[in-house]
Design a protein around this ligand. Sequence first.
Ligand code: ADP
Ligand code: MG
Length: 259
Amino acid sequence: MSNPTLSRIESNLESLKLYRTRDQLSSILEEAGKENPSYADFLDTVLLAERVVKAEKQHAMYTAMAKMPFVKTLESFDFGFQPSIDKKIIKELASCMFVERAENILLLGPPGTGKTHLAVALGMKAITQKHRTFFISAASLVSALNKAYSENRLEEKIKQICMPRVLIIDEIGYVPIDPHGAHLLFQVISRRYEKGSIIITSNRGFGQWGEIFGDPIIATAILDRLLHHSTVINIKGESYRVKEKMRAGLIRKRDEEEP
Ligand code: ADP
Ligand code: MG
């Protein structure tokens, strides 16, 4: 093939952003020369490889943008340790239909029972299905909203927070939220209502949300929006962290302690 043709192919691949094919053009052509595939097979192989590379890049980009605190999967979750969780429900959620339907997930339970693990793992499933996902702690979200409010750019911040298809708000209830913060949070939640999914983790039951927000009316309004289309996972069990420590011999079970 003449050099001008090769250069033109390269420049067309570049402008079509088919970088994998551009970078490996000579070896792709050399292999095709040897193997002699049909025109259709050749085109199919080239396009498929390009799609795989693009999908991997997008997955890596979405994972970085999600700002997860750690990478955890459903496959690494020990359901045997937490029998109060219905594995079937989690499997159904892993299909990400909840994202398509803009439904919410609320994971409730004591510390160490795997709420954040499950939230991250479901977020990773959403990323695999090409849904943009963003993880933030409730405290950081409220402080970012407060900052934006004081800098007169609240609307811009809310828009940015509402952009991803899945928003994970972690640890509602660990730190009290003042009524103004609660009002800002309410704006995010009502803006996403029936438009984008929210996954929330909390160590407090719904009855205590009035205390968290220092205002039972705003707590009710937030819960009303969150719960309308939602799955609630109520974890009643032991802390996995404590189990790990016990196994390592760092702490002992109460009944093993001296009388
Ligand atoms: P929570 O958010 O409920 O406080 P985490 O999800 O942060 O708890 O879990 C604490 C640690 O224990 C994490 O490292 C998590 O991966 C692990 N963990 C919790 N539950 C399980 C489980 N059932 N199987 C495997 N790892 C678990
Ligand atoms: Mg947590």
